[in-house]
Design a protein around this ligand. Structure first.
Ligand SMILES: Cc1ncc(COP(=O)(O)O)c(C=O)c1O
Length: 418
Protein backbone atom coordinates (compact mmCIF):
# COMPACT_ATOMS: atom_id res chain seq x y z
CA UNK A 1 0.00 0.00 0.00
CA UNK A 2 2.75 2.47 0.97
CA UNK A 3 4.76 1.78 -2.17
CA UNK A 4 1.68 2.01 -4.43
CA UNK A 5 0.18 5.14 -2.92
CA UNK A 6 3.02 7.18 -1.46
CA UNK A 7 6.17 6.53 -3.52
CA UNK A 8 6.86 8.25 -6.87
CA UNK A 9 10.24 8.06 -8.63
CA UNK A 10 11.82 6.66 -5.50
CA UNK A 11 10.64 9.47 -3.21
CA UNK A 12 7.74 10.07 -0.81
CA UNK A 13 4.84 11.85 -2.44
CA UNK A 14 1.25 12.39 -1.39
CA UNK A 15 -1.36 13.40 -3.97
CA UNK A 16 1.33 14.96 -6.17
CA UNK A 17 3.21 16.83 -3.42
CA UNK A 18 6.74 15.89 -2.38
CA UNK A 19 8.26 15.85 1.08
CA UNK A 20 10.41 18.98 0.76
CA UNK A 21 7.52 21.12 -0.38
CA UNK A 22 5.46 19.96 2.59
CA UNK A 23 8.24 20.49 5.15
CA UNK A 24 9.10 23.94 3.80
CA UNK A 25 5.71 25.21 5.00
CA UNK A 26 4.76 22.85 7.79
CA UNK A 27 6.89 21.96 10.81
CA UNK A 28 6.53 18.46 12.25
CA UNK A 29 4.77 16.83 13.96
CA UNK A 30 1.63 16.74 11.85
CA UNK A 31 -0.92 14.42 10.31
CA UNK A 32 -1.22 14.53 6.54
CA UNK A 33 -4.10 13.00 4.58
CA UNK A 34 -4.64 12.26 0.91
CA UNK A 35 -8.08 13.46 -0.20
CA UNK A 36 -7.76 11.29 -3.30
CA UNK A 37 -7.19 8.15 -1.24
CA UNK A 38 -10.34 8.78 0.84
CA UNK A 39 -12.37 9.36 -2.31
CA UNK A 40 -11.03 6.18 -3.93
CA UNK A 41 -12.00 4.22 -0.85
CA UNK A 42 -15.50 5.66 -0.82
CA UNK A 43 -15.90 4.90 -4.52
CA UNK A 44 -14.76 1.29 -4.12
CA UNK A 45 -17.18 0.74 -1.24
CA UNK A 46 -20.15 2.31 -2.96
CA UNK A 47 -19.44 0.31 -6.12
CA UNK A 48 -19.20 -2.92 -4.14
CA UNK A 49 -22.42 -2.30 -2.26
CA UNK A 50 -25.02 -0.80 -4.60
CA UNK A 51 -28.30 -0.21 -2.77
CA UNK A 52 -26.58 0.11 0.63
CA UNK A 53 -26.19 3.51 2.28
CA UNK A 54 -22.72 4.17 3.65
CA UNK A 55 -22.78 6.07 6.92
CA UNK A 56 -19.38 7.56 7.70
CA UNK A 57 -18.43 6.96 11.34
CA UNK A 58 -17.27 10.37 12.56
CA UNK A 59 -15.37 8.82 15.45
CA UNK A 60 -12.70 7.49 13.06
CA UNK A 61 -11.69 10.98 11.94
CA UNK A 62 -14.03 13.85 12.74
CA UNK A 63 -12.03 16.52 10.93
CA UNK A 64 -14.72 18.63 9.30
CA UNK A 65 -12.90 18.92 5.96
CA UNK A 66 -12.73 15.15 5.65
CA UNK A 67 -16.36 14.75 6.67
CA UNK A 68 -17.39 17.42 4.16
CA UNK A 69 -15.53 15.64 1.41
CA UNK A 70 -17.24 12.37 2.24
CA UNK A 71 -20.62 14.11 2.23
CA UNK A 72 -19.81 15.37 -1.27
CA UNK A 73 -19.07 11.77 -2.30
CA UNK A 74 -22.52 10.69 -1.11
CA UNK A 75 -21.87 9.51 2.44
CA UNK A 76 -24.35 9.76 5.31
CA UNK A 77 -23.28 10.29 8.93
CA UNK A 78 -22.92 7.81 11.80
CA UNK A 79 -22.50 9.81 15.01
CA UNK A 80 -22.13 8.91 18.66
CA UNK A 81 -22.30 12.13 20.65
CA UNK A 82 -23.93 15.55 20.63
CA UNK A 83 -20.61 16.97 19.43
CA UNK A 84 -20.66 14.63 16.46
CA UNK A 85 -24.31 15.47 15.66
CA UNK A 86 -23.38 19.16 15.71
CA UNK A 87 -20.35 18.50 13.52
CA UNK A 88 -22.46 16.55 11.01
CA UNK A 89 -25.05 19.34 10.81
CA UNK A 90 -22.31 21.98 10.55
CA UNK A 91 -20.76 20.13 7.64
CA UNK A 92 -24.14 19.97 5.89
CA UNK A 93 -25.43 16.42 6.38
CA UNK A 94 -29.23 16.40 6.23
CA UNK A 95 -30.74 15.34 9.57
CA UNK A 96 -32.48 12.49 7.74
CA UNK A 97 -29.05 11.08 6.84
CA UNK A 98 -27.67 11.04 10.37
CA UNK A 99 -27.90 7.95 12.59
CA UNK A 100 -27.22 8.34 16.32
CA UNK A 101 -25.60 5.27 17.79
CA UNK A 102 -23.67 4.64 21.01
CA UNK A 103 -23.82 2.95 24.39
CA UNK A 104 -24.01 6.01 26.67
CA UNK A 105 -26.36 8.57 25.18
CA UNK A 106 -27.46 11.16 27.74
CA UNK A 107 -31.01 12.48 27.93
CA UNK A 108 -29.71 15.85 26.68
CA UNK A 109 -28.13 14.22 23.65
CA UNK A 110 -31.27 12.23 22.88
CA UNK A 111 -33.32 15.43 23.13
CA UNK A 112 -30.95 17.24 20.78
CA UNK A 113 -31.06 14.38 18.26
CA UNK A 114 -34.86 14.25 18.27
CA UNK A 115 -35.20 18.02 18.02
CA UNK A 116 -32.91 18.03 15.01
CA UNK A 117 -34.88 15.17 13.43
CA UNK A 118 -32.12 12.59 12.91
CA UNK A 119 -32.92 9.55 10.78
CA UNK A 120 -32.85 7.10 13.69
CA UNK A 121 -31.51 6.47 17.15
CA UNK A 122 -30.18 3.03 18.06
CA UNK A 123 -31.54 1.87 21.41
CA UNK A 124 -29.22 -0.20 23.54
CA UNK A 125 -31.67 -1.37 26.20
CA UNK A 126 -35.28 -1.41 27.32
CA UNK A 127 -34.48 1.54 29.59
CA UNK A 128 -33.13 3.51 26.66
CA UNK A 129 -36.21 2.91 24.50
CA UNK A 130 -38.33 4.23 27.37
CA UNK A 131 -36.08 7.28 27.69
CA UNK A 132 -36.12 7.99 23.95
CA UNK A 133 -39.91 7.63 23.91
CA UNK A 134 -40.47 9.88 26.90
CA UNK A 135 -38.23 12.60 25.44
CA UNK A 136 -39.99 12.32 22.08
CA UNK A 137 -43.38 12.54 23.80
CA UNK A 138 -42.29 15.62 25.76
CA UNK A 139 -41.10 17.26 22.53
CA UNK A 140 -44.15 15.93 20.69
CA UNK A 141 -41.90 14.70 17.89
CA UNK A 142 -41.77 11.23 16.36
CA UNK A 143 -38.50 9.34 16.31
CA UNK A 144 -37.39 6.11 14.63
CA UNK A 145 -35.62 3.61 16.86
CA UNK A 146 -33.34 0.76 15.80
CA UNK A 147 -32.92 -2.09 18.27
CA UNK A 148 -29.22 -2.68 18.75
CA UNK A 149 -28.68 -6.41 19.15
CA UNK A 150 -25.87 -8.26 20.90
CA UNK A 151 -26.11 -11.30 18.66
CA UNK A 152 -24.95 -14.83 19.28
CA UNK A 153 -22.39 -14.60 16.48
CA UNK A 154 -19.05 -16.32 17.14
CA UNK A 155 -16.37 -13.91 18.33
CA UNK A 156 -13.53 -13.71 15.78
CA UNK A 157 -11.88 -10.31 16.26
CA UNK A 158 -10.16 -8.73 19.27
CA UNK A 159 -12.55 -5.78 19.33
CA UNK A 160 -15.69 -7.94 19.28
CA UNK A 161 -18.88 -6.25 20.48
CA UNK A 162 -21.27 -9.20 20.17
CA UNK A 163 -21.25 -12.84 21.11
CA UNK A 164 -20.64 -12.56 24.82
CA UNK A 165 -21.83 -10.52 27.75
CA UNK A 166 -21.26 -6.85 26.93
CA UNK A 167 -22.37 -3.28 27.35
CA UNK A 168 -23.81 -2.99 23.84
CA UNK A 169 -27.41 -3.61 22.88
CA UNK A 170 -30.09 -6.16 23.76
CA UNK A 171 -29.05 -9.77 24.11
CA UNK A 172 -30.46 -11.58 21.11
CA UNK A 173 -32.10 -14.28 23.19
CA UNK A 174 -34.02 -11.87 25.46
CA UNK A 175 -34.86 -8.96 23.17
CA UNK A 176 -38.32 -10.21 22.22
CA UNK A 177 -39.37 -10.59 25.85
CA UNK A 178 -37.97 -7.15 26.66
CA UNK A 179 -39.53 -5.23 23.80
CA UNK A 180 -42.70 -7.02 22.65
CA UNK A 181 -45.75 -5.28 23.98
CA UNK A 182 -44.03 -2.06 25.02
CA UNK A 183 -46.41 0.84 24.62
CA UNK A 184 -44.61 3.67 22.88
CA UNK A 185 -46.09 7.14 22.55
CA UNK A 186 -43.86 8.79 19.97
CA UNK A 187 -40.97 6.42 19.30
CA UNK A 188 -41.42 3.81 16.59
CA UNK A 189 -39.25 0.74 16.21
CA UNK A 190 -38.26 0.57 12.56
CA UNK A 191 -35.40 -1.89 12.43
CA UNK A 192 -32.31 -3.36 13.98
CA UNK A 193 -28.64 -2.44 14.30
CA UNK A 194 -25.78 -4.90 14.79
CA UNK A 195 -22.22 -3.67 15.00
CA UNK A 196 -20.28 -6.85 15.60
CA UNK A 197 -16.62 -5.81 15.70
CA UNK A 198 -14.06 -3.31 14.55
CA UNK A 199 -10.99 -4.08 12.40
CA UNK A 200 -12.41 -7.24 10.80
CA UNK A 201 -10.21 -8.68 8.05
CA UNK A 202 -12.13 -11.93 7.79
CA UNK A 203 -14.32 -11.55 4.69
CA UNK A 204 -16.12 -14.84 5.35
CA UNK A 205 -17.19 -13.54 8.74
CA UNK A 206 -18.57 -10.34 7.21
CA UNK A 207 -20.41 -12.27 4.50
CA UNK A 208 -21.98 -14.58 7.09
CA UNK A 209 -22.75 -11.57 9.30
CA UNK A 210 -24.88 -10.03 6.54
CA UNK A 211 -26.97 -13.18 6.19
CA UNK A 212 -27.26 -13.55 9.94
CA UNK A 213 -28.40 -9.98 10.54
CA UNK A 214 -30.91 -9.93 7.71
CA UNK A 215 -32.53 -13.16 8.94
CA UNK A 216 -32.54 -11.85 12.49
CA UNK A 217 -34.16 -8.59 11.37
CA UNK A 218 -36.99 -10.45 9.61
CA UNK A 219 -37.53 -12.74 12.58
CA UNK A 220 -37.54 -9.93 15.15
CA UNK A 221 -39.88 -7.79 13.04
CA UNK A 222 -42.35 -10.70 13.18
CA UNK A 223 -41.84 -11.69 16.80
CA UNK A 224 -41.67 -8.19 18.31
CA UNK A 225 -44.22 -6.84 15.84
CA UNK A 226 -42.80 -3.88 13.91
CA UNK A 227 -42.63 -2.82 10.27
CA UNK A 228 -39.08 -3.44 9.08
CA UNK A 229 -37.91 -0.21 7.41
CA UNK A 230 -34.18 -0.33 8.07
CA UNK A 231 -31.35 -2.77 8.76
CA UNK A 232 -28.08 -1.31 9.99
CA UNK A 233 -25.48 -4.03 9.43
CA UNK A 234 -22.70 -2.14 11.22
CA UNK A 235 -19.50 -2.97 9.40
CA UNK A 236 -16.10 -3.23 11.00
CA UNK A 237 -14.30 -3.31 7.63
CA UNK A 238 -10.64 -3.61 8.59
CA UNK A 239 -7.36 -2.54 7.02
CA UNK A 240 -4.01 -4.36 7.23
CA UNK A 241 -1.71 -2.65 9.74
CA UNK A 242 0.90 -5.41 9.90
CA UNK A 243 2.83 -6.81 6.98
CA UNK A 244 1.42 -10.30 7.54
CA UNK A 245 -2.19 -9.09 7.49
CA UNK A 246 -4.16 -9.62 4.31
CA UNK A 247 -6.57 -7.07 2.85
CA UNK A 248 -10.27 -7.68 3.14
CA UNK A 249 -11.72 -9.51 0.14
CA UNK A 250 -14.43 -6.96 -0.62
CA UNK A 251 -15.66 -8.92 -3.63
CA UNK A 252 -16.69 -11.80 -1.39
CA UNK A 253 -18.56 -9.48 0.98
CA UNK A 254 -20.10 -7.73 -2.00
CA UNK A 255 -21.54 -11.00 -3.35
CA UNK A 256 -23.14 -11.76 0.01
CA UNK A 257 -24.51 -8.21 0.15
CA UNK A 258 -26.08 -8.63 -3.28
CA UNK A 259 -27.83 -11.87 -2.24
CA UNK A 260 -29.03 -10.37 1.02
CA UNK A 261 -30.32 -7.24 -0.69
CA UNK A 262 -32.29 -9.27 -3.24
CA UNK A 263 -33.88 -11.36 -0.55
CA UNK A 264 -34.84 -8.34 1.58
CA UNK A 265 -36.19 -6.50 -1.44
CA UNK A 266 -38.52 -9.39 -2.19
CA UNK A 267 -39.88 -9.49 1.36
CA UNK A 268 -39.56 -5.83 2.48
CA UNK A 269 -39.31 -3.55 -0.53
CA UNK A 270 -37.90 -0.12 0.33
CA UNK A 271 -36.11 -1.31 3.47
CA UNK A 272 -33.03 0.97 4.00
CA UNK A 273 -29.78 -0.99 4.23
CA UNK A 274 -26.92 0.65 6.10
CA UNK A 275 -23.22 0.13 6.65
CA UNK A 276 -21.36 2.21 9.22
CA UNK A 277 -17.79 2.67 8.09
CA UNK A 278 -14.94 4.67 9.57
CA UNK A 279 -11.50 3.10 9.47
CA UNK A 280 -11.79 1.55 6.01
CA UNK A 281 -12.46 4.94 4.45
CA UNK A 282 -9.77 7.00 6.11
CA UNK A 283 -7.07 4.92 7.83
CA UNK A 284 -4.78 4.30 4.90
CA UNK A 285 -5.14 7.85 3.61
CA UNK A 286 -3.28 9.31 6.60
CA UNK A 287 0.34 9.53 7.70
CA UNK A 288 1.65 10.84 11.01
CA UNK A 289 4.90 12.70 10.35
CA UNK A 290 7.52 13.48 12.98
CA UNK A 291 11.25 14.35 12.97
CA UNK A 292 14.08 12.45 14.66
CA UNK A 293 15.56 15.09 16.93
CA UNK A 294 18.10 12.73 18.51
CA UNK A 295 19.46 9.23 18.37
CA UNK A 296 20.13 7.20 21.46
CA UNK A 297 22.06 3.94 21.78
CA UNK A 298 21.53 1.89 24.88
CA UNK A 299 22.83 -1.56 25.69
CA UNK A 300 23.05 -2.62 22.10
CA UNK A 301 19.70 -1.14 21.02
CA UNK A 302 18.98 1.89 18.83
CA UNK A 303 16.40 4.46 19.81
CA UNK A 304 15.16 7.35 17.77
CA UNK A 305 13.74 10.27 19.76
CA UNK A 306 11.13 12.17 17.77
CA UNK A 307 9.41 15.53 18.20
CA UNK A 308 6.02 13.80 18.26
CA UNK A 309 5.19 10.80 20.41
CA UNK A 310 2.27 9.00 21.99
CA UNK A 311 0.80 12.37 22.95
CA UNK A 312 0.21 13.15 19.26
CA UNK A 313 -0.40 9.60 18.10
CA UNK A 314 -1.57 7.36 20.92
CA UNK A 315 -3.01 4.47 18.93
CA UNK A 316 0.14 2.31 18.58
CA UNK A 317 0.58 2.43 22.36
CA UNK A 318 -3.09 2.08 23.22
CA UNK A 319 -3.71 -0.87 20.88
CA UNK A 320 -0.17 -2.21 21.32
CA UNK A 321 0.66 -2.62 17.68
CA UNK A 322 3.24 -1.27 15.29
CA UNK A 323 1.77 0.74 12.45
CA UNK A 324 3.82 0.55 9.25
CA UNK A 325 6.78 2.94 9.59
CA UNK A 326 9.13 4.41 6.97
CA UNK A 327 11.74 7.14 6.93
CA UNK A 328 10.14 9.50 4.43
CA UNK A 329 13.46 11.04 3.40
CA UNK A 330 14.82 7.56 2.57
CA UNK A 331 11.63 5.81 1.62
CA UNK A 332 13.11 3.28 -0.80
CA UNK A 333 16.42 2.69 1.02
CA UNK A 334 17.14 -0.77 2.40
CA UNK A 335 15.74 -1.10 5.90
CA UNK A 336 18.70 -2.71 7.63
CA UNK A 337 18.71 -1.44 11.23
CA UNK A 338 16.41 -2.37 14.06
CA UNK A 339 15.36 0.68 16.02
CA UNK A 340 12.61 1.80 18.36
CA UNK A 341 10.92 5.17 17.94
CA UNK A 342 9.88 7.14 21.00
CA UNK A 343 8.71 10.69 21.50
CA UNK A 344 9.20 13.28 24.24
CA UNK A 345 6.86 11.73 26.79
CA UNK A 346 8.34 10.73 30.14
CA UNK A 347 7.17 7.14 30.19
CA UNK A 348 8.61 3.97 28.72
CA UNK A 349 5.18 3.45 27.16
CA UNK A 350 6.00 6.20 24.67
CA UNK A 351 7.30 3.93 21.92
CA UNK A 352 5.30 4.53 18.74
CA UNK A 353 7.35 2.06 16.69
CA UNK A 354 8.87 -0.88 18.55
CA UNK A 355 11.89 -2.70 17.09
CA UNK A 356 11.07 -1.60 13.56
CA UNK A 357 13.48 -1.92 10.64
CA UNK A 358 14.75 1.42 9.31
CA UNK A 359 17.43 2.42 6.80
CA UNK A 360 20.43 3.82 8.73
CA UNK A 361 18.35 5.84 11.19
CA UNK A 362 19.94 9.18 12.15
CA UNK A 363 19.14 12.56 13.60
CA UNK A 364 17.10 14.70 11.19
CA UNK A 365 15.31 11.78 9.57
CA UNK A 366 11.63 12.31 8.86
CA UNK A 367 9.53 9.48 10.23
CA UNK A 368 6.22 8.57 8.62
CA UNK A 369 3.85 6.37 10.55
CA UNK A 370 1.31 5.08 8.07
CA UNK A 371 -2.32 3.97 8.40
CA UNK A 372 -2.79 6.94 10.72
CA UNK A 373 -5.91 8.46 9.15
CA UNK A 374 -8.34 6.69 11.49
CA UNK A 375 -8.28 6.85 15.27
CA UNK A 376 -5.14 9.00 15.03
CA UNK A 377 -5.51 12.62 16.03
CA UNK A 378 -8.96 12.01 17.50
CA UNK A 379 -7.89 9.18 19.82
CA UNK A 380 -4.71 10.88 21.06
CA UNK A 381 -3.84 12.52 24.35
CA UNK A 382 -2.93 15.88 22.86
CA UNK A 383 -2.97 17.78 26.15
CA UNK A 384 -0.41 15.57 27.82
CA UNK A 385 2.78 17.31 29.01
CA UNK A 386 1.68 20.63 27.47
CA UNK A 387 3.49 19.90 24.22
CA UNK A 388 0.87 21.50 21.99
CA UNK A 389 -1.29 19.96 19.32
CA UNK A 390 -0.12 18.68 15.93
CA UNK A 391 -1.56 20.15 12.74
CA UNK A 392 -3.75 18.23 10.31
CA UNK A 393 -3.02 18.75 6.61
CA UNK A 394 -5.07 17.66 3.62
CA UNK A 395 -3.51 17.24 0.20
CA UNK A 396 -5.91 17.57 -2.67
CA UNK A 397 -5.07 17.92 -6.35
CA UNK A 398 -1.44 18.86 -5.66
CA UNK A 399 -2.24 21.44 -2.97
CA UNK A 400 -1.67 21.18 0.78
CA UNK A 401 -4.30 22.72 3.01
CA UNK A 402 -4.17 23.13 6.77
CA UNK A 403 -7.41 21.59 7.98
CA UNK A 404 -6.58 21.99 11.65
CA UNK A 405 -3.92 24.37 12.87
CA UNK A 406 -1.09 23.28 15.13
CA UNK A 407 -1.52 24.89 18.53
CA UNK A 408 0.80 25.51 21.40
CA UNK A 409 -0.39 24.21 24.73
CA UNK A 410 -3.01 26.24 26.54
CA UNK A 411 -1.23 27.06 29.79
CA UNK A 412 -3.44 29.96 30.83
CA UNK A 413 -6.26 27.95 32.43
CA UNK A 414 -8.67 30.90 32.35
CA UNK A 415 -11.31 28.93 34.25
CA UNK A 416 -8.85 27.90 36.96
CA UNK A 417 -7.31 31.05 38.47
CA UNK A 418 -3.81 30.38 39.77
C1 LIG B 1 -21.28 1.29 16.60
C2 LIG B 1 -20.08 1.58 15.78
N1 LIG B 1 -20.25 1.95 14.50
C3 LIG B 1 -19.19 2.22 13.70
C4 LIG B 1 -17.89 2.14 14.18
C5 LIG B 1 -16.76 2.44 13.25
O1 LIG B 1 -15.96 1.36 13.06
P1 LIG B 1 -14.79 1.30 12.02
O2 LIG B 1 -13.99 2.55 12.17
O3 LIG B 1 -14.02 0.09 12.40
O4 LIG B 1 -15.38 1.23 10.65
C6 LIG B 1 -17.67 1.74 15.51
C7 LIG B 1 -16.32 1.62 16.04
O5 LIG B 1 -16.05 1.23 17.15
C8 LIG B 1 -18.80 1.47 16.34
O6 LIG B 1 -18.65 1.10 17.62
Amino acid sequence: MIEECFVKNGAFEIDGVGLEAILREHPTPFYIYSAGAVRDRYKSLSECFPGFDIFYSFKANPNLSICRDLLAQGANADVSSMGEIKAALEVGFAPGDIAFVGPGKTEGEIEYAIEKGVYAIAAESQYEIGLIDSVAARLDKPVAVLLRINTLEEPIAPEMMVGGPGKFGFDEETVVAEVKGLTLKKAKITGIHVYSASQVLDSEFLATHLEYVSELAMRLAGEVGFELECIDFGGGFGVPYQEDEVELDLELVSEAARRVKQSIERKRPGCRLIFEVGRFLVAEAGVFVTTAIRMKHSRGKHFMITDGGMNDFTRPVFIRINHPVRLLNKITAKRDTECSIGGPICTPLDIIGKNVMLPGPEQGDIVGIFCAGAYGYTMSMINFMSLGWPAELLVDGGKVRVIRRARSADVTFPDQPL
